[in-house]
Design a protein around this ligand. Structure first.
Ligand code: HSE
Length: 344
């Protein structure tokens, strides 16, 4: 099928997807009969451009790489804001990749609801709306026969959401535990190798792992959001942001890391949730000093890992990239191909 795409937000993740779409154009058409035109981009800082006949994405990428604004693009309508891009463009699918606000879900929540209101599909890596209203958004999309894909909200393109939706069908999952934030895991790994906290954080930002405001990563809010999402979507228990106990890694010093190393242990920021016997949920994000032979202790850099405790298989663990430009961009490709399959 052919889809007309509009990007709301065009940071590293959106650019990562575009690189993949350009490079894999022939494969996507041949193997999946998936073809696309990008008709619009609207970004708070980079400006906007809309051409109903499609944009030359190689030209767009080159403009962005030179640090220029989208109104340097020689054709099309400029200066449409995010809402008018969603409403008034001829896009049938909105790629929502604006910054994440884990507390309010905005502005992404409004973008997604506006898109559904105009009968447009949404694929998004934005955690905010999934934390705030995942079950409601899934329901709206279902009732309107639209697609809402959000594979990238946990563990980037490592397929956690789809693993549960499509391959762990019929399974009862009672708890999960994992490393859910790439930035903090990268920082802890680099500190163990001798780098300072600040240098490691700066490097994580350069590599595109950290959020626009990295406080969300290092204080544990990003992992907290993922714990909420996994609890709601996978454990099927409705919890919200305030229900998760949280501590980040900002207080860690080189000495703490060294001390643990000398004891044959390693600090990791662990996100977990379990359904208790009374049906309530115990959820937290907390640093844990793990013995070196704990499987989660071996997860280094921006990698993430998640272990589900299942009734039929016991522990099932998925390990893979948890952040990064192409790694997260790829999650949007998974969602687009899922949508293509659904409507073909
Ligand atoms: N900032 C996030 C992380 C990006 O470091 O894991 C992926 O959600």
């Amino acid at each position: 099928m052919h889809f007309k795409l509009a990007f709301i937000g065009f940071g590293v993740v959106g650019q990562g997807l575009i690189e993949i779409l350009i490079e894999k154009k022939n494969l996507l058409e041949k193997k999946y009969n998936f073809t696309y035109t990008v008709v619009a981009i609207s970004d708070l800082f980079k400006g906007s451009v809309y051409d109903k006949n499609g944009l030359d994405m190689e030209k767009i990428l080159s403009i962005i790489k030179q640090g220029k604004k989208l109104n340097e693009y020689p054709f099309g309508i400029k200066d449409m804001d995010s809402i008018s891009t969603i409403k008034d463009s001829n896009a049938d699918t909105i790629i929502e990749v604006t910054y994440t606000d884990v507390k309010t879900g905005e502005p992404a929540l409004t973008h997604i609801k506006t898109a559904f209101g105009c009968n447009k599909n949404v694929v998004s890596t934005n955690k905010g709306p999934v934390i705030k209203e995942s079950l409601n958004l899934i329901k709206i999309a279902k009732n309107k026969n639209l697609h809402y894909g959000f594979e990238g909200v946990v563990m980037a393109g490592t397929p956690v959401i789809n693993l549960f939706r499509h391959t762990l069908n019929g399974m009862i999952i009672k708890d999960f535990r994992g490393i859910l934030n790439g930035t903090t895991n990268y920082i802890l790994t680099k500190m163990e190798e001798g780098m300072s906290y600040n240098d490691a954080l700066q490097k994580a930002q350069e590599l595109g792992y950290a959020e626009a405001d990295p406080t969300g990563d290092v204080e544990g809010f990003d992992a907290l959001g993922k714990v909420v999402i996994l609890t709601n979507v996978i454990l099927g228990k409705k919890i919200s942001w305030e229900d998760v106990k949280r501590k980040g890694i900002t207080e860690f010093t080189k000495e703490d890391i060294e001390l643990a190393k000398n004891e044959g242990k390693r600090w990791k920021l662990i996100g977990s949730a379990e359904i208790k016997l009374d049906g309530t949920v115990n959820a937290k994000v907390w640093p844990e000093k793990l013995p070196i032979n704990d499987p989660l202790a071996g997860i280094s850099g921006a990698k993430n890992a998640l272990t589900f405790n299942t009734d039929e298989l016991g522990e099932v663990t998925i390990i893979g990239p948890g952040a990064g430009k192409r790694e997260t961009g790829y999650s949007l490709l998974i969602d687009l191909l899922e949508m293509n399959k659904k409507f073909s």
